[in-house]
Design a protein around this ligand. Structure first.
Ligand SMILES: NC(=O)c1ccc[n+]([C@@H]2O[C@H](COP(=O)([O-])OP(=O)(O)OC[C@H]3O[C@@H](n4cnc5c(N)ncnc54)[C@H](OP(=O)(O)O)[C@@H]3O)[C@@H](O)[C@H]2O)c1
Length: 342
């Protein structure tokens, strides 16, 4: 099959994982023009199959795969694996969309939120690498970019409350097993997280692998600045881990160049197809990861209000499904690429 026939041969690398599974589901649901589809994973998955629409497809071993067989690869694997195999794929002429943080801050690699900076794809050609941002950054930008276009952002103070699925299936397994152990008064083990995550909140996200939380948070600011092409926008992040399976929450305090009322922001959000405002203040019901975000591609905003301490400030609560937000962005980037750039 060739792209001249309007179909693309595609590899989904990490197809057995959380992001890879969501990517497969979205590719099928959105009728992405696929010729041959190759789900790839590690030797742990040999013999397994994954769902793609109404079909089940056999998983192949990444280590044996020849990337000359595909024109597009979506890499949904840990960054150390991405760093080994993405250069091979790129050299084989395959265009790569990477979900890991391996290339996000590489100046030669476009970092793209499909609805915010698709123009960053202009220089892309066969063999290019494109990075998809951290889920919290995609979530923030989908909420803030419409406001930024109207009234430039100057500074964001953000507290991210990140779900355990940030660590993939392993994070989910650990929250489940710790909860079961606690209910059964058994010994509880922490393998992925540095401290107990069940019924607890951790001051830093990302689990044991993150040695320097402040550096990781600083990288999030750099991602935002790269996408908005503005090194002067300040972003002060505290990324915490909460015992939620799916859905990152964010408490954002935003400072604008000029005064911006909640009514103006509300009106603007009303024009955005993927933003849902949830405000049932009388019943004290607001957007939550569990009740609104999980298993959904939309961005939910609650508690939009003016900052009483700063006349150009707004506060808001934003939630979205971290896995769906990431997968949806990668698939939208792929759609934009095949439609307009490759
Ligand atoms: N989870 C999130 O909220 C999120 C959001 C944005 C971006 N991301 C990024 O997306 C990537 C995937 O995350 P995830 O949450 O989907 O993780 P996950 O559920 O743990 O899945 C990891 C996938 O990578 C595969 N893999 C691991 N080592 C491999 C190797 N040596 N060779 C081939 N395949 C290998 C696994 O295959 P096996 O099943 O065979 O082991 C599995 O399919 C990561 O880079 C992550 O940082 C995650």
């Amino acid at each position: 099959m060739s792209k001249q026939q309007g179909k693309w041969d595609v590899a989904v690398v990490g197809a057995t994982g959380l992001v890879g599974g969501a990517v497969l589901e979205l590719l099928a649901r959105r009728n992405f023009p696929i010729g041959q589809l190759y789900p790839l994973a590690s030797e742990n998955s040999e013999g397994k199959s994954v769902e793609y629409g109404d079909h089940r497809l056999t998983v192949h071993l990444l280590d044996n795969f020849d990337f000359r067989n595909v024109q597009l690869a979506l890499f949904c694997v840990p960054s150390d694996v991405a760093k080994v195999h993405i250069p091979e794929a790129s050299q084989a002429g395959c265009t790569v969309i990477d979900f890991s943080d391996a290339y996000r801050l590489d100046p030669a690699v476009p970092l793209v939120v499909a609805e915010v900076n698709p123009h960053a794809l202009a220089e892309v050609s066969d063999g290019s690498i494109i990075a998809s941002p951290d889920s919290s950054i995609i979530q923030c930008l989908l909420a803030l970019h419409p406001l930024h276009q109207r009234n430039p952002l100057e500074r964001i103070n953000a507290v991210f409350m990140r779900a355990v699925s940030e660590l993939g299936q392993a994070g989910i397994d650990e929250l489940s097993s710790q909860s079961i152990a606690l209910f059964n008064m058994k010994e509880m083990k922490s393998r992925e997280f540095s401290q107990q995550i069940a019924f607890n909140v951790l001051a830093q996200s990302g689990g044991k692998k993150v040695k320097d939380g402040a550096k990781q948070e600083y990288h999030l600011q750099q991602e935002l600045q790269k996408i908005l092409e503005d090194p002067d926008i300040g972003m002060n992040v505290t990324a915490t881990q909460v015992p939620v399976f799916f859905g990152h929450s964010a408490a954002l305090h935003i400072e604008f160049k000029d005064k911006f009322s909640t009514e103006q922001a509300q009106k603007l959000f009303g024009t955005q197809t993927r933003i849902r405002l949830v405000n049932e203040a009388r019943q004290a019901r607001f957007a939550t990861a569990v009740s609104h975000a999980a298993n959904d591609e939309n961005i939910y905003i609650s508690r939009l209000r003016e900052d009483p301490s700063w006349d150009r400030g707004l506060n808001m609560w934003v939630v979205s499904d971290n896995i769906r937000t990431a997968a949806n962005n990668g698939v939208l980037v792929a759609e934009t690429l095949v439609k307009d750039y490759l």
